[in-house]
Design a binder for this molecule. Structure first.
Ligand SMILES: [Zn+2]
Length: 282
């Protein structure tokens, strides 16, 4: 049976190969997964991150969809370059997910489920997840309190920590900090109550704006374009994410980027709009 660290390494490898890429093909042998794929297509979604939680591997896709798999005794995830020969036979394949550059194949899995953050939260073993930013009863005040309960963390790291609030990925982390005028490298302890509340209310606004709800609770995938600036031009849809070296849309200062946290996720920010020392603004 694969141990937690094996799964952690698999998740890490999958994350490095797939995060930030768009799914170009999806296949599985699980009828339940395929039904979700028909209703809410997997192709076109962004893979936001892959992480391990205990013996589980979680692949977070854009628009609040999580592929949850368990390795049990014999399951494994492999990553290949497109066209590379697989090390296990095709009949052992259970899930196949491709991006332009890489192919992720799950072999011999027995448990595979799609979840929203809310349904995952209700599943046995995942209750430790924080409240979902996308849920209808998301309480911004409670979320701000959960954030402030981690004073030692940097804001950019804390926003990604799913046990504080669930649903914020790496793109929105940078965008939320920019729109809140908070430097992502500040410690949570330095946040005023108003700043903590603003971060959470902007998080909710941005994430909800990027998901289209139809009748009931069904979530329909948007067409793959995240947007936070409200500008019509697709080239101007984000404030800072992946804009390192370009000029700030508000003040023309050069956008900076740096790896942050134990997972070394890249953070983007404007040093003028988001000074590290809040007092500069006062
Ligand atoms: Zn700026």
């Amino acid at each position: 049976m694969p141990e937690g660290d094996t799964i952690w390494r698999a998740a890490h490898t999958l994350h490095r190969a797939l995060a930030g890429r768009k799914v170009t093909r999806f296949e599985s042998v699980f009828p339940k997964l395929n039904r979700v794929d028909v209703d809410q297509p997997i192709c076109g979604r962004m893979i936001e991150r892959v992480e391990a939680q205990g013996k589980w591997l979680l692949m977070y896709l854009s628009s609040d969809l999580i592929l949850l798999t368990h390795m049990l005794m014999s399951g494994s995830w492999h990553i290949y370059r497109v066209g590379e020969k697989w090390r296990l036979p095709r009949h052992a394949m259970r899930i196949f997910l491709a991006t332009e550059e890489f192919v992720a194949v799950a072999f011999n899995l027995q448990i595979a489920e799609f979840h929203t953050i809310d349904s995952l939260h209700r599943r046995d073993g995942f209750a430790a997840l924080g409240p979902s930013v996308l849920s209808n009863n998301f309480d911004e005040g409670e979320a701000a309190r959960r954030l402030k309960a981690n004073p030692h963390m940097e804001v950019g790291e804390a926003l990604l920590k799913q046990s504080i609030v669930a649903g914020i990925g790496n793109v929105f982390k940078s965008e939320i900090c920019f729109a809140s005028a908070v430097n992502p490298f500040r410690k949570v302890s330095s946040l005023t109550p108003a700043e903590a509340a603003l971060l959470m209310s902007i998080a909710r606004k941005f994430l909800r704006a990027n998901v289209t709800h139809t009748s009931g609770n069904a979530i329909v995938t948007y067409t793959g374009m995240r947007r936070t600036t409200s500008r019509a031009n697709p080239g101007e849809r984000l404030w800072v994410y992946k804009r390192g070296g370009e000029s700030c849309r508000r003040c023309d200062t050069r956008i900076e980027s740096r790896k942050q946290g134990v997972d070394a996720r890249t953070t983007f920010w404007c040093p003028q709009c988001q000074p590290i020392d809040r007092k500069i603004l006062l």
